[in-house]
Design a protein around this ligand. Sequence first.
Ligand code: ADP
Ligand code: MG
Length: 324
Amino acid sequence: MIKIEHLTKSYGTHRAISDVSFEIKEGEIVGFLGPNGAGKSTTMNILTGCLSSDAGDVLVNGLDILKNPIEAKKLIGYLPEQPPVYPEMTVSEYLGFVYDLKHCTLPKREHIDEICDVVRIADVKNRLIGNLSKGYRQRVGIAEALVGNPPVLIFDEPTVGLDPKQIIEVRNLLRTLGKNHTVILSTHILPEVQAICGRLIVIDNGRIIADRPTDELTRVIRDSRRYRIRVAGPVNEVLAALRGVGGIRRVEAETDRDGEASTFLLESAAGTDVRRAVFFALSEKGLPIYGLEPVGRDLEDVFLQLIENGGELPAEKPAARRRK
Ligand code: ADP
Ligand code: MG
């Protein structure tokens, strides 16, 4: 449905995206993730034909966005990061205006009414956009994207600036729309897309660093375990002892130290419970454990790890040789 190949864009001397390529199949719901400044909006603006690239191609259903802009753009509904809604128009005036701009041929009144029902703005149809809350205004932006019934929907940070209740509403709306559209959704917040998207494309510093099914990322979260452990003794000795324990993937000393005990963060390989081995390894060296507690993990961590490791997820270790 969408194919982008080797997109590159610079603003002046600043390279915003480099060699970005991906393909999205019909019916997919894809999360486009990355920290602020990663290049999400730039990519989406190019993808929707709102911005030109320096190099690379965008094909929408086989149509080149530059060579067939009118046909290609008809297939896409776009909610930009800053929706260009006019504050001095009422909601229905504005959607009527968008309808005309898009040269829609569907029955006007019914089509707009139907969209207002779907995004739940029917009750504010006759209000001025400028007087609406941010949540409602965002839904007007989503309504605008739906005008003309495009099969592909592209949303740039659709929940930014909304309160938690509005976020849930917009998320539910996106999930509903995902049932019969191809959707690309950008965000810098991981849990946001975890529940909705089947696939995640991660961008950092203008480059794609990962492109995987969402469950592959969540598997890592589910399987790996982290503990915070307090141990009395010289930091270097504790680190050496812990690093010798099989099944531990990562050990880090944290900076806080009270009295003779220091805190360390341990990460075990998938499916491995290292607590016994840790106990024996430390007691063998005469290093007493003052505390051991599990630490929660979320997608945020995995994301940071992806960025640190240039897109690699920690390898899954076979559960076999966990004990001697
Ligand atoms: P994101 O949407 O992921 O936050 P953007 O695509 O907006 O990232 O920006 C990517 C990079 O390009 C950032 O470093 C940003 O500062 C820069 N940038 C974006 N738009 C412009 C612009 N119009 N002029 C100059 N630099 C820009
Ligand atoms: Mg952006």
